[in-house]
Design a protein around this ligand. Structure first.
Ligand code: CTP
Ligand code: MG
Length: 167
């Protein structure tokens, strides 16, 4: 199914599942609000975890401002926090913007392999924990009230959904 545009799009997926790549292939840079990117803005780089609190404060401000204007907003975080997801969904509803969760998955071995090839590989233990958090999130999404929950398997790019062009 096609993802509406404009829409709030909330990515959910483990490190190396391909969230940022998926977003970059489909959306303009200004439409993607990334916690890693903002750690690099308010901290020393995308991996500066000490900057997370400040980065998320900026992320929330950007999401709120964009959604309030009914602008397409792709939230690029791990997406595992149900409280944050629900508050983004509430903001989209208040603005009359469709809200879609996009679960980005890849086989564990593929996530592991992609992570190992990056400059700051996520430790295997952390990735394993993320995959457990992903299972919890996937179970919660159904009850949260999203207009759609799209599952993208990045090991199989043929299943990628298209995006509706604005009419
Ligand atoms: N990648 C790939 N094929 C895909 C998707 C991603 O080869 N279909 C590669 C990317 O080139 C990158 C790595 O896998 O080197 C991780 O992809 P990325 O999109 O950055 O993953 P994220 O889910 O955004 O990871 P993180 O949570 O750490 O930001
Ligand atoms: Mg990313």
């Amino acid at each position: 199914m096609a993802i509406p545009d404009p829409a709030l799009v909330v990515l959910v997926g483990a490190s190396g599942s391909g969230k940022s790549t998926w977003a970059a292939q489909r959306y303009r840079p200004a439409e993607v609000v990334s916690s890693d990117g903002l750690r690099g803005v308010v901290g020393s780089g995308p991996a500066d975890l000490d900057a997370s609190t400040d980065a998320f404060a900026v992320l929330e401000a950007v999401v709120s401002a964009r959604v309030g204007r009914r602008l397409t907003t792709v939230v690029d975080t791990l997406g595992f926090d149900t409280t944050r997801r629900r508050s983004w969904l509430t903001a989209a509803r208040a603005a009359g913007l469709p809200a879609v969760a996009v679960v980005v998955t890849a086989p564990t071995a593929v996530c592991r392999q992609r992570n190992a090839a990056r400059d700051r590989p996520v430790p295997a233990k952390v990735l394993a924990q993320q995959l457990r958090q992903l299972d919890v999130a996937r179970a919660d999404l159904a009850a949260e009230g999203w207009d759609d929950v799209v599952v993208v398997d990045t090991a199989d790019t043929a299943t990628a959904p298209s995006i509706e062009q604005p009419s």
